[in-house]
Design a protein around this ligand. Sequence first.
Ligand code: KIV
Ligand code: NA
Length: 264
Amino acid sequence: PAKVRIRHLQDAKERGRPFSMLTSYDQFSAQVFEAAGIDVLLVGDSVGTTVLGHESTTATTHQDMVAFTGAVSRSVHRPLIVADLAFGTYQTGPADAVRHGVELVRAGAEMVKLEGGQAFAPHVRTLVDSGIPVMGHLGFTPQSVNALSGHRVQGRDQAGADRLAEDALALQEAGVSAIVLELVPAAVSARITEVLSIPTIGIGAGPHCDGQVLVWQDMAGLSGFEGRFVKRFANLRAELQRAAAEYREEVGSRTYPAAEHSFE
Ligand code: KIV
Ligand code: NA
């Protein structure tokens, strides 16, 4: 199958065919998702909380993003690879956004994602003018978890919904190629998806977005995270625990390694 590029996401929206994005941070998950036909791999700053053991994505560094972006980009050919700009690498201004965006592209990202609305239109414009495609991220934006007083659905009231729609239009105007909508009421993301000419990608944002995204360890039941918006398509935590416990038992009973695992 052909390499996924920005225009394919745009085509998907125009044809009303939803596309899928999953986070990925390493070789084997990336290869599995490519084989499964996932269109977009997001090297999210969620790597900080899913892999590195931090409490918040505000702890994820640029160096983390460069390392994990490299791992994913070296491992697959077909999916579009998007990497998050880490907290603190773009909030300080458009020039810093470009400097860090360049390094993510050098590591293998084909698009970079940043969080925020109108206030970040100049950053988006400068990145796009530099030849770096940008994905926006609105609604609940995890790097602002403290300012937002925790993980909460955004845009529940009319004023909040209007502000989200204005932010989405401002990002589109500034040149983003797509926008993630996180923890947004389904009716609000439906309205934004309708108004925008570029694709929306939902996470906890209902069924009307042009694409969907989930953190892979949540989707596959490895993290044990339980959120209303997450569906567990597998129970990897239980399966991996079973395998590890069986291995431990077989080592203890000298069942493993058997003759066939040993060299003459
Ligand atoms: O870092 C991440 O995993 C994300 C998605 C949840 C959209 O930004
Ligand atoms: Na992120």
